[in-house]
Design a protein around this ligand. Structure first.
Ligand SMILES: [Zn+2]
Ligand SMILES: [Zn+2]
Length: 339
């Protein structure tokens, strides 16, 4: 067992290449993971298209990784081979810079790593990762189930649980797609009065099945007015990447209401008067660190939240990626290695 397959991108906008490489050895503080499944996230397009500053090519994308620890590098404590683990966007941190010393690992100033961007990720049979990036995966979840929870699930769950909303509060999820279909489930299971907002009526039955108590078709009615009619939202979780769609719901925030921005449009228009008059706010939310991922997995087991996935073998990565980019996948796309 000295060779493996990985899928790499060799230049911005280059094709996916299935190539053979030596199986890597983990260095100090790192572990080798035998990958079982890896979700395809929209952020993988940063590698594919070269829009993230400083990417070194060739690069193996993938930051929704689940697999088994296969080897430990020198100095790794607290982990053993055979353990099932997940690796998300947060790919490790130094532990000693000022940000890390304040517990803000995501903002590490020395060695903030991003899985599949600053080092090779999970579109592969094996990958090597700092042990600080590892989350334990509960036995109740299959690798395919756990994969998308490592980024899409983590991002929505962690934003909601840190939003300041309390059980019973009106919480709206803007968009019922890869992120939103998880956001609706988490919001409902946490105990919020959950509103799903999407374009058209076709997603209403699914949104209700996922736990939405209210559904707002933003094409048929003014979503801000509809939210105010329900009392005004404490939180709107914006999972779309359309700035105009975000601006259109802002007026639906109640007093002290907050728009949490997860999707990244180029710009976003906000009325300062609206913010000032009702003490409203707009906040960006990054995904989370490895312990947040682990909490997301545990809560998903506890509550029954699951990602809806389309599964492809690693060799069919091009087709799988295009499916994700088309926006037609229901709702996440996951690669499997056969391990
Ligand atoms: Zn992601
Ligand atoms: Zn640091």
């Amino acid at each position: 067992m000295s060779k493996m397959h990985v899928v790499q991108v060799s230049r911005p906008n280059g094709p996916f290449e299935l190539v053979e490489r030596e199986i890597p050895e983990p260095g100090p503080g790192a572990v080798r993971v035998k990958v079982q499944a890896c979700g395809i996230c929209h952020s993988d397009s940063l590698v594919k298209e070269g829009t993230f500053p400083g990417i070194q090519y060739p690069r193996v994308p993938g930051h929704e990784v689940v697999g088994l620890i296969d080897a430990l590098g020198p100095g790794v404590a607290g982990w053993r081979t055979g353990q099932r683990v997940g690796v998300g966007w947060h790919g490790g941190h130094c532990g000693y810079c000022d940000a890390c010393r304040r517990g803000e690992f995501f903002a590490c100033q020395i060695a903030a790593q991003v899985t599949g961007l600053t080092y090779d990720g999970g579109y592969a049979d094996y990958m090597v990762t700092p042990s600080s990036a590892l989350a334990r995966v509960p036995a109740e979840l299959s690798a395919v189930e756990a994969g998308p929870l490592m980024c899409a699930g983590l991002t929505t769950f962690n934003a909601l649980r840190n939003s300041g909303a309390r059980p019973g509060d009106l919480v709206a999820v803007l968009g019922v797609g890869g992120l939103g279909h998880l956001g609706v489930q988490f919001a409902a299971k946490i105990g919020f009065e959950t509103v799903a907002i999407a374009r058209g009526g076709d997603k209403e039955p699914l949104a209700r099945e996922l736990g939405a108590r209210h559904y707002i078709d933003s094409q048929a009615q003014d979503p801000a007015a509809a939210l105010l009619k329900l009392g005004g939202a404490r939180i709107i979780l914006a999972t779309v990447t359309n700035g105009a769609a975000m601006s259109a719901v802002l007026g639906g925030l109640g007093v002290h209401g907050k728009l949490m921005v997860l999707g990244a449009p180029e710009s976003l228009e906000v009325s300062p008067f609206l913010l000032i008059s009702g003490h409203r706010s707009v906040e960006g939310w990054y995904s989370g660190t490895s312990i947040d991922s682990q909490d997301t997995l545990s809560f998903s087991v506890l509550s029954g939240v699951r990602s809806m996935n389309e599964v492809f073998p690693l060799e069919r990565v091009t087709e799988a990626y295009e499916r994700m980019m088309s926006g037609k996948a229901r709702f996440r796309v996951v690669l499997t290695t056969g391990h």
